[in-house]
Structures are given as structure tokens and as C-alpha cells.
Design a protein around this ligand. Structure first.
Ligand code: SAH
Ligand code: SF4
Ligand code: F3S
Length: 479
């Protein structure tokens, strides 16, 4: 494919309206099987769980051709960057890493560097990479994962840049075979229930990089969860940019609440989901959450701002009063629910008065954790054309004030847990101290416990003995 053709594809990415379901089943060619044997691959993933899940699927492709996973570029034969475009710093990070990959090209001329993910859905960065990082051999978008084997084969055989950036935002790729079950963890798993986003919050690039909302068929989802359970997985997290829009594209009465109930009935030990959109999150779902013990009592519900004027400019479809009412309703059904959120500071129209309203909501709700972001203008989004009402210093100052408030609340809530007992699902050995194992409580709190490796994959009663802002230290209770 020459560069002219690439440019014309980039300029004409279109999506059809109706959604089709395609088979994901793919088998590697003999050439890939002999090329891949014992070669080393590295995958670097940025961004949200949607990207993590995509990386897992591609990892499955690589393992299937006999490749071995590595975590250093030094011995790599294949490096994949799965990129995120949600904020500028995520994008800049990619260019730094590409610089490091370039060093490896000097010692391994056959190294294949591939880039996929949300940044590849934007025209400018793709052109920039083609111009400045000429060693990159494969480029594909968020809806081109099924082309992976063809792209890899083309890159091995020919001296070309193998590119697939055609938007398949009208398609859902389904598959029941082992590749789709490839996961980083043997204990906890992500399962996509839908792709894309139709909300078009004015600051956000995701609807452009992930395309329109499309739900997977319920049979595929339930089948996947049942497979995970059979394989010994203890937890599934249902993924979608707005999970409560699940099934709206089918125009049927089978909603997110119906799906959640059917997933709960599979009997898998723990179920989580992310992300619900506040104005679509409904009591039906709260009732299902209350009815089934295997649905965890924790909810991540992005607030973004506590000012109605800013929410409106953000094109968020709720007011702060509605958000607070929703939390009251949720707490009526599940009184001890943990609530986490996302907040953006420095949206263009935000003034001190708006920011103070955000602080008030944070004080009222007392979030268990809040992820705070400084607004980052994204090209071609409506908000990027708005004028800034505040200076950079004012925004940085607000960010620090909010961060301190959020941390203080989290610390206070964590300290209340000392002396209490919770059930922890252990996932990994602790990163800081190899004598400790780490997992999450039902409410999603990170807990470290001294123990042995057989803890991984088990759910144990733990007494909390020490608290930090975002983690707890515990002891196993005698059972
Ligand atoms: N679908 C989810 C999350 C999407 S992105 C939702 O609707 O909540 C994750 C978070 O990144 C968002 O919740 C938002 O807080 C933040 N974010 C998105 N675009 C941003 C931007 N341009 N600048 C700063 N933060 C942004
Ligand atoms: Fe972005 Fe809004 Fe969609 Fe979330 S709901 S992905 S913030 S556009
Ligand atoms: Fe980033 Fe794309 Fe997710 S922009 S946050 S990786 S959907």
C-alpha cells in the first residue's frame, strides 16, 4: 500500500448505520507459525480497560503462533503499542516509547514494531508516525483487530508498512474459540458487553476513536462468562463506555439490568461492571445488584463536574441535583455501596464558582476514590473550540485543592476500616514486597496480606490492621 492510498483511507473513514455480526475465528498460516516459534513479543498498553482487553486478544494471536511474552525491548522481535488518545500526555508518552523502540531496531533489524489503538484513529498522528518513525511496520485501528494476522504476514514477507485503518464501527466480531479467552490474569477477567460510545461529551475523543455504540449478543456474553467460570476465573468485569446503554441498539426489552441478572445467575463468584452513565443508571439495575450476592457493592460513576453550567457545556445529560438523587436511590438499595468517580478540572468554561460547586458535591458524596484529570483539549471535539475562562495557574491550583480533598476523604474512609473484616479475592504477589499478596475487597479496596502464593485465586476473610490512602494492610482470619 503506498502512502497516497493510506492518506485517502484516512480521509474517508465512514461508518454504515446497520450493525452486522462477524465471525472472529481466525487461524494462523504456516508462514506465521514457523516465523513466530520462540520469538519474543512485548505489548505496551495505555488507556482504559477496553484497550487492555484488545491487547489480551492480540496477545492470544501471538501466543498461538508460538511466540513468548517478554517485558523488555532488549530481546524483543515484536513490539506492539496499544495507544490511548483521551488526554494529550497519553499521546506524548507514545512518542517517547517509540524513541526507545528505535534503539532496539539498531540491534535487531528484523524487529517488527506495530501500533494500534485510539491514537491510530486520528489522522494527524498516523501521518506524523509515517513521516518520523519510518521503522514502524504495522498500523491498525480499534476495529481492525481481526486483520492482525494478515498485517503481520504482510510485514514479514514484504518491505512495506502494513496498514488497516478502515472503520468497522458497524460490525461486532464474535468468537467462541480459545483466542478470545486469552487473558493477562488467571483470576480476574474483562468481558466486553458493548463497544463504542454515542454520548459525545463535548471534551471527549472516545466516540470518534471507538465509533458508535454496538452491543454484543447476550448469548455470546453469557457463554464467555460461563467459559471463564469453568476455567477457574473468580471475577468478571463487564465492560462498556456506558454499560447502561446495553441492548439499546437491539430496541428490545432486554436491558443492562437483564444482562446483569443473567450474568449473576451463571454463579461466577464476583461480578463488577464499568462504566455506568449517571442519567441512564436505573433502579432496575440497583434491584438486581441487591438481589445477587455475587454482584459487588461498588460503583464507578463519573461526575465530571459539580456545576450545572459546566455539565451543560460538557453535554453531560444530568444536573448535580440528579446525580446526588441517584446516589441517594442507590444507597437505599445498597446502603454500604462504595462509590468512585472521575472529575475533570479546568474545562474551558469553568470558573472558581463552578469549581467550588464541584468541591461541594465531593464533600457531600464522600467518594471512596476519585480520579481527577486536568482538562486536555482534543482536536476536533466541540470543547476544543471554547475559550478558556481561567489561566493555567488557576487550573493547576484548583486541581491541587481537589486532589487534596479527594485524598483526605479517601484516607478518612480507609481508616474507618481498620479493625473490620472483609473478603478479599487475591490476584497477585505484591509489587513492593514479595512476602505480601494483593487483592481487592468486595467494595474494590486494594488489600495487601502477608501469605503464600497459594493465596492467588482464593477469596479469604481478612482483618484490616493498617490503612493508607488507597490501600489497606490486613491479616488472614482463621476460618
Ligand atoms: N466512558 C467513561 C469514561 C471514558 S474516559 C465515562 O463516560 O465516564 C475516562 C475519563 O477520562 C472520563 O471519565 C473523563 O473524566 C476523562 N476525560 C475524557 N476526556 C478528557 C479530556 N479531554 N481531558 C481530560 N479528561 C478527560
Ligand atoms: Fe467519553 Fe462521554 Fe462517551 Fe464517556 S460517555 S466515553 S466521557 S463521550
Ligand atoms: Fe483511551 Fe481509547 Fe480508552 S482514548 S481511555 S484507550 S477508549
Amino acid at each position: 500500500m503506498d502512502k497516497k492510498l493510506i492518506t485517502s483511507i484516512l480521509d474517508s473513514r465512514k461508518t454504515k448505520n446497520s450493525i452486522t455480526y462477524k465471525d472472529f475465528k481466525l487461524n494462523p498460516s504456516d508462514l506465521l507459525l514457523s516465523w513466530g516459534k520462540n520469538k519474543k513479543f512485548v505489548i505496551r498498553t495505555y488507556g482504559c480497560q477496553a484497550n487492555v482487553r484488545d491487547s489480551e486478544i492480540i496477545r492470544g494471536f501471538l501466543l498461538k503462533i508460538g511466540m513468548v511474552e517478554s517485558d523488555t525491548f532488549n530481546d524483543a522481535d515484536f513490539i506492539l503499542f496499544n495507544t490511548c488518545a483521551v488526554r494529550e500526555n497519553a499521546e506524548n508518552h507514545l512518542y517517547g516509547e517509540l524513541g526507545l523502540a528505535k534503539k532496539r531496531v539498531r540491534t535487531n533489524k528484523d524487529l517488527i514494531v506495530a501500533i494500534c489503538g485510539c491514537v491510530m484513529q486520528e489522522t494527524k498522528p498516523v501521518k506524523f508516525i509515517l513521516d518520523h518513525f519510518k521503522f514502524v511496520k504495522i498500523i491498525f485501528g480499534t476495529s481492525n483487530i481481526p486483520s492482525f494476522y494478515s498485517l503481520l504476514e504482510a510485514a514479514i514477507k514484504d518491505d512495506i508498512v502494513a496498514i488497516d485503518l478502515e472503520n468497522n464501527f458497524d460490525q461486532v466480531f464474535e468468537g467462541k474459540e480459545d483466542l478470545n479467552l486469552s487473558r493477562f490474569s488467571k483470576v480476574v477477567a474483562y468481558t466486553n458487553i458493548m463497544y463504542g460510545c454515542d454520548k459525545f461529551c463535548s471534551y471527549c475523543i472516545v466516540p470518534y476513536t471507538r465509533g458508535k455504540e454496538r452491543s454484543r449478543r447476550k448469548e455470546e456474553i453469557i457463554n464467555e462468562v460461563e467459559c471463564l467460570k469453568r476455567l477457574g476465573y473468580k471475577q468478571v468485569t463487564l465492560l462498556g463506555q456506558n454499560v447502561d446503554s446495553y441492548g439499546k441498539d437491539f430496541k428490545s426489552s432486554y436491558t443492562f439490568a437483564s444482562l446483569l441478572e443473567d450474568v449473576a445467575k451463571t454463579g461466577i463468584e464476583r461480578i463488577r461492571f464499568t462504566t455506568p452513565y449517571p442519567s441512564d443508571f436505573d433502579e432496575e439495575t440497583f434491584k438486581v445488584m441487591k438481589k445477587y450476592d455475587n454482584i459487588m457493592p461498588s460503583v464507578h460513576m463519573p461526575l465530571q463536574s459539580g456545576s450545572n453550567a459546566v455539565l451543560k457545556k460538557m453535554n453531560r445529560r444530568y444536573t448535580k441535583e440528579e446525580y446526588l438523587e441517584l446516589i441517594d436511590k442507590l444507597k437505599k438499595h445498597i446502603p454500604d455501596v462504595a462509590i468512585t468517580t472521575d472529575i475533570i478540572v479546568g474545562f474551558p468554561s469553568e470558573k472558581d464558582k463552578d469549581f467550588n460547586e464541584t468541591l461541594e458535591v465531593v464533600k457531600k458524596v464522600k467518594f471512596d476514590q476519585a480520579f481527577t484529570f486536568i482538562y486536555s483539549p482534543r482536536e476536533d471535539t466541540p470543547a476544543s473550540k471554547l475559550k478558556n475562562a481561567s489561566s493555567k495557574e488557576e487550573i493547576k491550583n484548583r486541581f491541587n485543592i481537589l486532589k487534596k480533598l479527594v485524598d483526605d476523604i479517601a484516607e478518612e474512609k480507609a481508616s474507618e476500616l481498620v479493625g473490620k473484616t472483609c473478603k478479599v479475592l487475591f490476584e497477585t504477589v505484591s509489587k513492593k514486597n514479595k512476602d505480601y499478596y494483593s487483592g481487592y475487597s468486595e467494595k474494590g479496596k486494594l488489600v495487601h496480606v502477608r501469605g503464600k502464593s497459594d493465596l492467588i485465586g482464593s477469596i479469604k476473610k481478612v482483618k484490616i490492621i493498617e490503612s493508607h490512602t488507597y490501600s489497606l494492610i490486613g491479616e488472614l482470619e482463621n476460618e
